[in-house]
Design a protein around this ligand. Sequence first.
Ligand code: MLC
Ligand code: AMP
Length: 506
Amino acid sequence: MTNPLFDTLLAPHLGSDAPFVIHPDGTTQTYGAFMINVNRAAGALAQCGLRKGDRLALQAEKSVEVLEIYAACLMTGVLFLPLNTGYTAEEIDYFLGDAEAGAFICSPSREAEFAPIAARHNTKLLTLSKSGSGSFSDIARACAPLETAVACGPDDIAALLYTSGTTGRSKGAMLTHANLLSNAEVLVDLWQITQSDRLLHALPVFHAHGLFVAVNTTWLSGSSMIFHPAFNIDNALAALPQASTMMGVPTFYTRLLDDARFGKEVVGNMRLFISGSAPLLAETHAQFEERSGHRILERYGMTETGMNTSNPVAGERRAGTVGHPLPGVTLRITDPATGAAVAQGDIGMIEVAGSNVFQGYWRMPEKTAEELRADGFLITGDLGRIDDEGYVHIVGRSKDLIISGGYNVYPKEVEMVIDDVHWVRESAVIGAPHPDFGEGVVAVVVLVAGAAADMVALTEVISTRLAKFKQPKKIIVTEALPRNTMGKVQKNVLRDLHRDLFARKA
Ligand code: MLC
Ligand code: AMP
């Protein structure tokens, strides 16, 4: 095989009449039709001057065309760099510059906004609309399709996925062909995904969950997916009777439970509900079983590693746990201060190693060395323990991270934006329990002595500079931030103080 990832996931579908995508209106796209477009998209990448190792950034509404471009990147060795559709121009500026993207595909509605940024970074700017039209599609339609995959080895980088960090500066996680292939193979086997499965796909395709976990396993198994542009409760309820599997963040499950129409009647064909990206409350697990008869399978992953652990399909799916390490993944719990292994059952830092673990952060060797040990174990920043039956429990995080509706928000990044405002002396950003998003972003702000707060201006600054999901849902002005004797802000004190800020829905 010259390109094992492409040859395993995609090449077998050439000419196939089997259904790949089922649109909400019931129309179906076959694998064969999809592959013709993949070859065209690969031809277009070459026509745009992109070669193996170059970076293609993409910020576009979810569509099958996005998947065609992702597949074309795997075929040509061009690094796929998908970006959250909510990112502001300032955020995009950083990604294009840091990745030195050769080309950037954006929505036509934002072309004018991004043109000067792309020009500054010497990045070719192309467009793709949610209906699949745009300058990239024009090139793909006119160019010669690429028929032969470019040779790529297991350690070649397939994708660059940016994740924020505690310093506030996003880091590009380099995922290799071997990372993606090994994870897809393990998951298809473990979750018993077969050609007859039909996945309800309502996740975004710019993150590991919706892209690698959902799409790569679909390709590998030759199964199909009902493809929704986003999670919408009415559409999800209408599609569930035709689906056999669903992958979602906990918010999907709490929204289903909040709807009186959800019950056993709509899940008659369902085989497996999978949850991840954020903690699923044991209470949600129990309520879901009561209403639907299904025990949600919870698994645990990270952008840097893909999936690490999973509850079983056949055995007991234990609420409040993320199951066992996947075959091929070694998971250990260590003392965060010393790195030494803790006693069985004790709480410590979760570290993982295996063929799923990424190669490091793009052009940040020091950051890579801080998190990836010499023996190949990644320090996840998640705190957990392993119980007597080998189930992994995640009990907290050592990293200062908020997970809101499955999206990661690093407080530092938000604090830096707020602290730039001249009348703000300092700020602390925390997550408070939120009935819909799990955690909601809250900013606690201290004013410069004698200054008055201009909340309209502050909100304006935040919304210009930060994607919507990072923006605080509540801003609280306070006299002073609580500090310990070392002068460090006590975020735990703030979290306790504001734990009831987002009252549970009646
Ligand atoms: C939307 N909003 C959010 C938000 N999503 N705010 C905070 N957190 C979020 N996650 C904003 C909207 O812009 C809107 O603002 C308001 O909140 C309410 O919007 P909504 O219509 O209710 O939200 P919706 O569009 O339905 O989106 C919610 C969601 C979505 C949960 C469906 O966020 C989502 O699909 N999340 C999935 C994230 C994901 O895929 N994570 C995987 C990461 S990979 P306003 O002011 O306009 O009302 C990973 C590895 C692993 O973690 O293990 O999988
Ligand atoms: P991301 O960087 O977006 O990939 O987010 C990875 C982080 O999401 C992990 O380090 C965990 O903190 C969290 N996470 C993913 N799955 C779970 C889960 N099932 N339970 C708790 N936290 C999870």
